[in-house]
Design a protein around this ligand. Sequence first.
Ligand SMILES: [Zn+2]
Length: 430
Amino acid sequence: MKFKLKIIWYYLNLIARGKFSSEEKLRVYQNKQLKKFQENVLSKSAYYKKYNQLNTSNWSEIPIISKPEFMSNFDAINTCGINLSEALELAIQSENTRDFKSEINGITVGLSTGTSGKRGVFLVSETERAKWVALVMQRVIQIKLFKRQKVAFFLRANSNLYSSVNSLLFEFKYFDIFKNKDELLKELEVFQPDILASQPSYLMEIAKAKCNQTIKISPTQIISFAEVLDEADKQFIKQVFPVQLSEVYQCTEGFLGCTCEHGTMHLNEDLVIIEKEWIDVTKFYPIITDFSRESQPIVRYRLNDVLEVKKDKCTCGSAFISIEKIIGREDDVLELSGVKIYPDLLSRKIALSTDHFTRYTIVQKSATLLEIGIECESKDFEKACKSFKNCISDYFTTLGISGFSLEFKNEIELIPGNKLRKIKKLSDEN
Ligand SMILES: [Zn+2]
């Protein structure tokens, strides 16, 4: 089947399937899909073949894996006979040349640095690409039948996954965030997107440029993906662009969720089974099994994102799990005096107490030391330090943390193209 026909086929399937409003029906559907996944995909994976009695009752026999085990068993897990060194070489080459048409036997190979900065490789078949596009069309993008929508996509790397979507309905333009920012903003203004999709740190740059009237654009939808969008940034973006703001929870391991029309993040449980490794009564690490994948099965794969469940059911009526927020990654959770400090909660405290900065970073350098980088005019630096110090000390006192020190500097380290992580533990960079 031709690629575009495949997209239409999967898109119509999603529309026909409709919304799951009953949890019972959702579980029945998942079990059916799981069975198919076992027969059609896992049977081709040397690593997973032995679990051929896979069903919900003996599910737990399958080992839970995370990125390191997944990469070290890459050759046995994938169903395309591709080996890691060959894939890695190709992925690095295309990243360096910025030519993203790398394929092995018709399978797209991409490099993922992930949020942890450790590199990995992902494989995507043409069918998987078509499914991805159909899903984005159905769940994220507002489709207008009589107007071709221009979509500006800010990415650190392009891949066939994204560039192959130009069609009657959409015109995609890819903006390489490794390029000079001023040039990109100019290009964006010339393009005049209807839909603007980017990671939040770059959305903030664009929103600021619009705010200072450096650029004039009027998108009708904003899509935020790849990093956690924190509340303060969200409010600012919404203020500058008072249009629909959709958040997509997408990582190398798949398109895991997005916000519904009522603004709640739902995980795509019609594609992914989510097991929860609870941290406390509301927070968990997701363990995912994605039965929409075929080239590289994702089975009981533990992500190190911390998700918080929404207590009340969403008013949209979806049976898919509702997420209050993506709190951040395990690696970004600071720990002082044995107490965990979640980045989202800390950044919210800071947003509420001060705005004497353009941007900031907080890096945990040792068991007791936090280094705080504040981007602001030098005349405001002292005032900013004071606000940060008061806010952090007050918050830590309420958490029962004592015996810590704070170090300040009037700059932040920004690596072009890298995801901006406001709050992080240094150990994870090594
Ligand atoms: Zn909803």
